[in-house]
Design a protein around this ligand. Structure first.
Ligand code: FES
Length: 98
């Protein structure tokens, strides 16, 4: 909805971006994390806005994004990006489907 949030997410709980967005209730209930983080629904699609180095995309994520709507070059599945210290400063925008 164009609202910017700054989130401090724990790096020691093995969470991913989708889980953080859900935990902070930043997307309407039931619209994100539909498959539970299995890379099977794309409800967690987000656009990476800065050049933070992210883990390489795996085959499952790439396959799901190939079937999703509103995919851009900077699309990733939030459920496939673990919250670690390496991604500090990451900026993402939730895709319209969220
Ligand atoms: Fe379903 Fe990420 S929660 S693909």
């Amino acid at each position: 909805e164009g609202i910017e949030h700054t989130i401090q997410a724990p790096t020691d709980m093995n969470m991913n971006i989708m889980e953080v967005v859900s935990a902070y209730e930043l997307a309407p209930e039931g619209t994100i994390g539909v498959c539970g983080g299995m890379a099977m629904c794309a409800s967690c699609q987000c656009y990476v806005l800065n050049d933070t180095e992210l883990p390489e995309m795996q085959d499952e994520e790439e396959a799901m994004l190939s079937e999703a709507f509103d995919v851009k070059d900077n699309s990733r599945l939030g459920c496939q990006i673990r919250i670690t210290k390496d991604i500090e400063g990451l900026e993402v925008e939730l895709a319209p489907e969220c």
